[in-house]
Design a protein around this ligand. Sequence first.
Ligand SMILES: Nc1ncnc2c1ncn2[C@@H]1O[C@H](COP(=O)(O)OP(=O)(O)OP(=O)(O)O)[C@@H](O)[C@H]1O
Ligand SMILES: [Mg+2]
Length: 239
Amino acid sequence: MLLGKGKRDLLDVNGIEVAYGHAKVLHDVSLRLDEGEMVFIVGRNGAGKTTLLKTISGLLKPTAGRIVYQGQDIQGWPAESVAQQGIRFVAQEKKVFGDLTVKGNIELAAHASGEALETAVSRLTELYPKFSAFLNRKAGVLSGGQREILLIGRALVGNPNLLLIDEPTEGLAAIVIEEIFRILNQMKSQRVSACIVEQNLSVVSQLADCIYIMKEGKIIREIREKSQIANTNELEKFL
Ligand SMILES: Nc1ncnc2c1ncn2[C@@H]1O[C@H](COP(=O)(O)OP(=O)(O)OP(=O)(O)O)[C@@H](O)[C@H]1O
Ligand SMILES: [Mg+2]
């Protein structure tokens, strides 16, 4: 053990229940993530994956359960306070500020986090060198894949502790999925902690430290064994 420090729980979601009005959609959901881990949530449409990420990020309030982050119970905190603690949510809808330039989009986040614009921009171009030529282009003209990359780059501004990313490859062509994969892989090698909802099992099985399978608002499996993570055929059967 290094310097007497073991692996540390970064996030511990315990038995949360979430409802939209009277419709209960998450039932006794628990999930754990250690520092530096990349954890994936998979499940069919409507399983409750987005609801789970929104709840962790403070956009939805659970009616029961606990969300412990860095040893602190953040359940019920407003989204702004959760973000201030270093949790960043990249939503499923790939919404950028289309009238602003790529750089302008980064500038907003840099301003909010107090990070120098140059640092934030260089992190983005390191992630995706092609953006160097795009910095002054309006974000509205970017392709779906480039928007997602911009959103991930924006979420990384200020060096957050935990990224929550909802379906980064959804609706993208195979060649663009490859780019997103490369970026996530790079983040993994830098030990960026992330909890990612993803339906592309090939991407999931190559990057996951742990996979949670969701079905009808419940976690039906937690898979941490490497050979099981690599076996996409078996994973498919749980969906
Ligand atoms: N704002 C809302 N009001 C009412 N019900 C909702 C709302 N958002 C989602 N739901 C319902 O909650 C359930 C879970 O939805 P959620 O969006 O979390 O699923 P998901 O796993 O992210 O699906 P997808 O793969 O389509 O993104 C679904 O039955 C959905 O219809
Ligand atoms: Mg969703």
